[in-house]
Design a protein around this ligand. Structure first.
Ligand code: 4FV
Length: 274
């Protein structure tokens, strides 16, 4: 079976081939963005790439995800990619030779070489504005760490952008890489069906949090849906939703955001009483 637009140098490829899409006319001639993931656990991405939005985006060749097993570039017969830290201390460190040579080999697989991102808690915190910038790239190389982290010379030689998804320590960079693939793919045209839109998501261009959402049943355990939402008055609904989004954003980012929002109802910081 030909490997569809995601390949694992080793390990299974459960994701169904492109030919199983409903109407093939919607298969893009070339993906709008290609992700190359370098990891010691390529199979961790199976389920993530085999369901819902990403499965359909892969089938329609809107995006491509190629996984590469870092161990393929291990130089000794033990396929060693990690070693004990110089200076002592707990744990192991990812070695520079297999990682640097893996990135260089993967970048050379096709053009353009792609922007290299290394997932690490010491990176800059990922946010929607950064995701929007990444979604304009034709190719992203996602480097997943393991153990205590990368030999520092990997960073010196590859000069990757350092990406953190949050101030907590994970066992590997695979989940952060999935976060990048998911968040960026949502901004690729056609990935979200027209019943979904990334535009109205939280952290849109204005940086506002999303307004509350309601659906049937109208009444649940005595809790009803705000009248305005069933009024049919779309101007009123839009005003209410913006008002709610502002309140939530203010709660969340009190003084930080409001001043930057043009003609926000409160203008500068909320009255002292609050
Ligand atoms: C992480 C984060 C993270 C650190 C050691 C993998 C782990 C191990 N990456 N945002 N938080 N990585 O915890 O990006 O190598």
């Amino acid at each position: 079976m030909s490997t569809p637009n995601h390949e694992v140098k080793s390990g299974s490829d459960a994701v169904p081939p492109a030919s199983s899409v409903e109407d093939s006319s919607t298969v893009a001639s070339r993906p709008l963005i290609r992700f190359d993931v370098l990891t010691l656990f390529p199979n961790l991405f199976e389920g993530f790439l085999s369901e819902s939005i990403l499965k359909r985006a892969l089938e329609r060749n809107l995006i491509a995800v190629h996984r590469h097993d870092l161990r393929t570039w291990a130089s000794n017969k033990h396929h060693q990619v990690d070693d004990r830290p110089f200076g002592g201390g707990p744990g192991m460190v990812l070695m520079a030779p297999p990682v640097v040579e893996a990135v260089e080999a993967v970048q050379a697989l096709t053009a353009p070489p792609g922007l290299v991102l290394a997932m690490t808690p010491s990176g800059r915190r990922l946010d929607q504005e950064w995701v929007r910038r990444l979604a304009t790239q034709p190719r992203l190389i996602l480097l997943c760490g393991r153990y205590e982290g990368f030999d520092e010379r990997i960073i010196e030689l590859l000069q990757p952008e350092l990406v953190s998804i949050g101030d907590y320590v994970l066992s590997g960079g695979e989940v952060p890489a999935m976060v990048v693939i998911d968040a960026v793919s949502r901004l690729i045209p056609g990935v979200l069906g027209d019943d979904q839109s990334a535009v109205e998501d939280s952290f849109g261009p204005e940086g506002l949090l999303d307004h509350p959402h309601y659906t049937r049943p109208r009444l649940y355990r005595g809790l009803s849906v705000p009248e305005v939402l069933t009024s049919g008055n779309h101007a009123e609904i839009a005003r209410w939703r913006r008002e709610q989004a502002l309140q939530r954003t203010r709660q969340r980012f009190r003084e930080a955001v409001l001043p930057t929002i043009p003609n926000a109802p409160y203008g500068s910081a909320p009255p002292a009483t609050e």
